[in-house]
Design a protein around this ligand. Structure first.
Ligand code: FES
Length: 542
């Protein structure tokens, strides 16, 4: 039933950061995985496993490569350098301090890859142009900084090296005033306008900051989520126990029946509309259906198609027009018109305001789903500690996670502890729970630590997006350009579950006029359920 049996791994010799390291690894295993899971070098991050994000960039014989695209066997005998390797005083170390001084490491998940790419560049070209730097770092994506600070940091190191200043780099990059850098950026005498030392900055540039995938007990089981291939379908489960018993290393297959407390979560107390695992009906493609728990090989090698799930696809509601159409399938019984929430703001007499205007403009604006694409996919682990469950995961909202985990397990909140790892980008997308309830259920039931790392594909399939919108707007102004009236009608596609949909529906009417004082306003919005990915918080709400 497994796609492939677990092959005995040979022992390979790698030269990592100047040391000979013997590691048991299949030659086809990605070097990034061998560095992290085989050698414990968690400074090399993994964002996509496809060579797109560059978070796993290391040096191989001095040249930057995506470690996820290098087979471990290919790296045998080569010199591999990771962010953990270079000691004080060298080029990478000078880049580390420049990244700190320029605020170039924000969430920090891209930073190790950026540092290695910059090391490669400056070791070949000690007087790069802006274009050279852009080109040299072009294989590493950053979702936080906008790149400017990173480029400034690399150019600063190049210029200092070129002029011989590198020898004057201080041991401690933070001066007595708590200001980063050996000297202030300019002549200011007080803290206003100067960069302050970032408390967690050093860990972000030396590879020791621990993100969701970077830490787990050695005996942790692995979890993999089986997701719906259909946007709307019912399903019936066959004999899962027979599958579990037949697969060596497979410890459990969790279904909705295994959730000990409330099988639902959501941002709002009255809107817990998303199941941890659904009881027979899915509402979007990518929704969690089952959770496999066992050895890493067992959960990764068991193909979804080998599981006894009998699907009955149904016509999906795609787009708000389909959701609002007469006779449209209903997503949730409590919202028979598929409208999750309405928002409005009314002030004055908008018709009179338009009539008083010298000019009127109208427009219709549409936006699409937007993916956060934080570089760190969702990850973490859970374990029982005494009568308590502890969940370590990347999150933006540990106290909200605590409430959700307590509900899902049916335990008191003081039996739950959430330990936030470093968060490799969130932008609102990690305000919703992701891995936390599933990890908690598995560890609670099995009394064993359980870890999970979402793949990039899985992260994109299951995480919340920006709400697609369609907004009709009309504004009038007098002859002096002062707004006399403004109105909008906005429909927001909130996807299959509520998430932050009510917040978007209620904030947009308020934010619709921007910073302007307008005497006559009539703004109204709707958040509408569809069989599409849940939409949630995304940088500026709505
Ligand atoms: Fe680059 Fe966050 S600092 S992705």
């Amino acid at each position: 039933m497994l796609d492939k049996p677990e092959a005995a791994a040979p022992t390979l010799l790698l030269i990592v950061n100047g040391e000979e390291r013997h590691v048991s690894a299949h030659p086809f295993r990605p070097l990034s995985d061998t560095l992290r899971e085989g050698l414990g070098l968690m400074g090399t991050k993994v964002g996509c496993e496809a060579g797109d994000c560059g978070a796993c960039t290391v040096l191989m014989d001095g040249v930057q490569v995506c470690a996820c695209l290098i087979a471990t066997g290919q790296a045998a005998g080569a010199r591999i350098e990771t962010v953990e390797g270079p000691g004080p005083g060298g080029l990478t170390d000078r880049l580390r301090h420049a990244f700190l001084a320029h605020g170039a490491a924000q969430c920090g998940i891209c930073t190790p890859g950026m540092l290695m790419a910059a090391t490669d560049l400056l070791s070949r070209n000690n007087a790069p142009t802006l274009v050279d730097v852009e080109d040299g770092l072009g294989g590493v994506l950053c979702r936080c900084t906008g790149y400017t600070k990173i480029i400034e940091a690399v150019l600063a190191v190049a210029q200092a090296s070129f002029s011989g200043e590198a020898q004057r780099r201080p041991e401690n990059p933070v001066n007595a005033n708590g200001v980063v850098g050996s000297k202030p950026d300019h002549d200011a005498t007080g803290p206003v306008g100067q960069r302050m030392a970032r408390l967690d900055g050093l860990a972000k540039v030396d590879g020791t900051d621990l993100f969701g995938a970077d830490v787990a007990p050695a005996d942790a089981l692995w979890m993999r989520v089986v997701r719906s291939p259909h946007a709307r379908a019912t399903f019936v489960l066959g004999d899962l126990e027979a599958v579990r018993a037949a697969i060596p290393g497979l410890v459990a297959i969790l279904t909705h029946a295994d959730v000990p407390g409330e099988n639902s979560f959501g941002i709002f107390p009255h809107l817990k509309d998303q199941p941890v695992l659904p009881p027979g009906h899915v509402r979007y493609r990518g929704e969690a259906v089952l959770a496999l728990v066992g050895t890493r090989h067992a959960v990764e090698a068991l193909a979804d198609a080998a599981l006894p799930i009998r699907w009955q696809p149904e016509p999906a509601v795609i787009g708000v027009d389909a959701a609002l159409a007469e006779g449209a399938p209903v997503l949730h019984g409590f919202a028979p018109d598929n409208v999750l929430a309405r928002g409005h703001l009314r002030s004055g007499d908008v018709a009179a305001g338009h009539a008083a205007g010298a000019a009127t403009a109208t427009g219709t604006f549409t936006t699409a789903f937007v993916e956060h694409a934080y570089i760190e996919p969702e990850a973490g682990f859970a374990e029982c500690v005494g009568d308590r469950i502890e969940v370590t995961a990347c999150t933006q909202a540990p106290y909200m996670d605590l409430e959700e985990v307590a509900r899902v397990l049916g335990v008191a909140q003081d039996q739950v502890r959430i330990i936030p790892s470093a968060c490799g980008g969130g932008f609102g997308g990690k305000l919703d729970v992701s891995v936390q309830p599933l990890l908690a259920v598995a560890a609670w039931l099995l009394k064993r630590p359980v870890r999970i790392i979402y793949s990039r594909t899985e992260s994109m399939a299951s995480s919340t997006k920006r709400h697609p919108s369609r907004i009709h707007a009309k504004a009038s102004a007098d002859a002096h350009g002062r707004l006399t009236a403004y109105e909008l009608e906005g429909d927001f596609n909130t996807g299959a579950y509520a998430s932050w949909g009510p917040t978007v529906a209620n904030r947009v009417p308020v934010h619709g006029t921007g910073p302007y004082k307008v005497p006559h306003v009539w703004n109204r919005t709707r958040a509408i359920y569809t069989n599409e990915p849940p939409a949630g918080a995304f940088r500026g709400f709505g």
